[in-house]
Design a binder for this molecule. Structure first.
Ligand SMILES: NC(=O)c1ccc[n+]([C@@H]2O[C@H](COP(=O)([O-])OP(=O)(O)OC[C@H]3O[C@@H](n4cnc5c(N)ncnc54)[C@H](OP(=O)(O)O)[C@@H]3O)[C@@H](O)[C@H]2O)c1
Length: 245
C-alpha cells in the first residue's frame, strides 16, 4: 500500500507505557505511525511505517521545527494522540518547588499548544485529536499538585481548540489506570496515610483495574471511533465510564 493511502496517526510519548502500546496497536492495524519522545522506542525503530523523532517537549521553543521535520510529507492525520506526560513530584502543594511545577506544566500543557499550533499553521488536516488526561484533572485529591493542575488545564485547552477548529473532533480522555513507569514511581512512594490515592493505586496494581500498557492501549484504540461519534467535541471523557451503546 502506498504511504499516502494509509491512515496517519501522530503519537507523543512513544518510548514507554501507553504511548508505546498505542504505537504497537496502530502499526499492527497497518497505520503509519509518527511518534516522538526523548528516548527511542527500540522495539519500533526500523519498522516499516514507523517514523520517529527524538523531541524534548520540555524545550517548547524547539518543538515546532522538530515536529515539522517529523511530519514532513504528511498532509493529514486521521488521529493525533497527545499522550506524553509527567508527574513531576507527588506531594503537597507547599512541599513542591515552583520550578518543578512549571516543568510539569511545560510538558503536560504548553507543549501540546505548540504541537497543535504547528499542525494548524502547517495546514495539516486533523480529523480527531485525543489528549490523554487523567482522573486527577477533576478529583482534586491530595498530592497531585502540578499534575492535577496541568491535566485540568489540558482539558480546558482542548475545549478551547475545539471551538476554533470546528472541522476537527477534540476530546480529553482519562485512560484509566495503566501499569507503566508512572505507576512504578507512584506505587513506590511511602508517604503515610494522608495520601489515600497512593494506597488505592497500590491495591489496584496487578489487578484488572490496572492493565498493562499494551492491554490498555487495545481498549483505548477501540474507544476512539466511539468518542468521535458520541462525545461532543471539546469534552472530557473517562474510559471507565464510556460504555458501548
Ligand atoms: N499510568 C497511569 O495510570 C495513567 C493514568 C492516567 C493518565 N495517564 C497519562 O497517560 C499518559 C502516558 O503515561 P504512562 O503512564 O504511559 O507513563 P510513562 O510510561 O512514563 O510514559 C510517558 C511518555 O511520555 C514521554 N515524555 C515524558 N517527558 C517527555 C518530554 N520531556 N519530551 C518528550 N516526551 C516525554 C516519555 O518519553 P521519554 O521519557 O523518552 O521522553 C514516555 O514515552 C500520560 O499523559 C499520563 O499522564 C497515565
Amino acid at each position: 500500500m502506498d504511504r499516502t493511502e494509509r491512515k496517519n496517526v501522530l503519537i507523543t510519548g512513544v518510548s514507554s507505557g501507553l504511548g508505546l502500546g498505542l504505537a504497537k496497536v496502530f502499526l499492527q492495524q497497518n497505520w503509519t505511525v509518527y511518534g516522538l519522545s526523548r528516548a527511542e522506542p527500540k522495539a519500533l525503530i526500523g519498522k516499516e511505517n514507523f517514523h520517529f523523532s527524538s523531541i524534548d517537549l520540555a524545550q517548547t521553543e524547539r518543538i515546532q521545527e522538530k515536529l515539522q521535520g517529523l511530519v514532513a510529507g504528511a498532509s493529514n492525520f486521521h488521529l493525533d494522540i497527545l499522550n506524553a506526560g509527567i508527574i513531576g513530584r507527588f506531594g503537597d502543594m507547599s512541599a513542591v518547588p515552583l520550578k518543578t511545577m512549571k516543568a510539569v506544566m511545560e510538558v503536560n500543557l504548553w507543549a501540546n499548544k505548540v504541537i497543535l499550533d504547528t499542525l494548524v499553521t502547517s495546514e495539516i488536516q486533523m480529523r480527531q485529536v485525543v489528549a490523554i488526561s487523567s482522573g486527577a484533572s477533576t478529583s482534586g485529591s491530595r498530592g497531585w499538585n502540578a499534575y492535577g493542575i496541568s491535566k485540568a488545564a489540558l482539558n480546558m485547552l482542548i475545549k478551547l481548540y475545539a471551538k476554533e477548529q470546528v472541522n476537527t473532533h477534540f476530546c480529553s480522555l482519562a485512560p484509566g489506570l495503566v501499569d507503566s513507569n508512572m505507576q512504578d514511581y507512584l506505587c513506590g512512594l511511602d508517604m503515610g496515610e494522608n495520601f489515600q490515592t497512593l494506597e488505592i493505586l497500590k491495591s489496584k496494581r496487578k489487578t484488572p483495574e490496572m492493565p498493562s500498557p499494551d492491554a490498555a492501549a487495545e481498549t483505548l484504540v477501540k474507544s476512539f471511533a466511539d468518542i468521535f461519534t458520541r462525545v461532543p467535541s471539546g469534552d472530557f471523557a473517562d474510559i471507565r465510564t464510556l460504555r458501548p451503546d
